[in-house]
Write a new protein. Structure first.
Length: 82
């Protein structure tokens, strides 16, 4: 494994985290999102954070967790309608 000799990798991870969180924060505050909409925003944020290099680093786990959250939210909303 190669060691990173500069801080670019830490900055990229921070940028990915900021992109991921901002999409969800906008969905919560601007649109008063339900859990399903929040889950869909997680999926969109997962795909958008993949635009920040390194592109595929962390994409699969974040996308899998986002998809799982969306499916659970969909079932929850279906079983307990507002």
């Amino acid at each position: 494994m190669r060691e990173s000799d500069n801080g670019n990798e830490q900055i990229a991870i921070l940028a990915k985290l900021i992109v991921f969180c901002m999409i969800s924060a906008v969905a919560i505050h601007a649109f008063r999102a339900s859990y399903v909409v929040l889950g869909l925003s997680f999926i969109a944020a997962s795909l958008l954070q993949a635009l920040v290099p390194p592109r595929k680093k962390g994409l699969v786990p974040i996308l899998a967790i986002s998809t799982l959250f969306t499916l659970v939210a969909l079932v929850w909303q279906w079983r307990h309608p507002l």
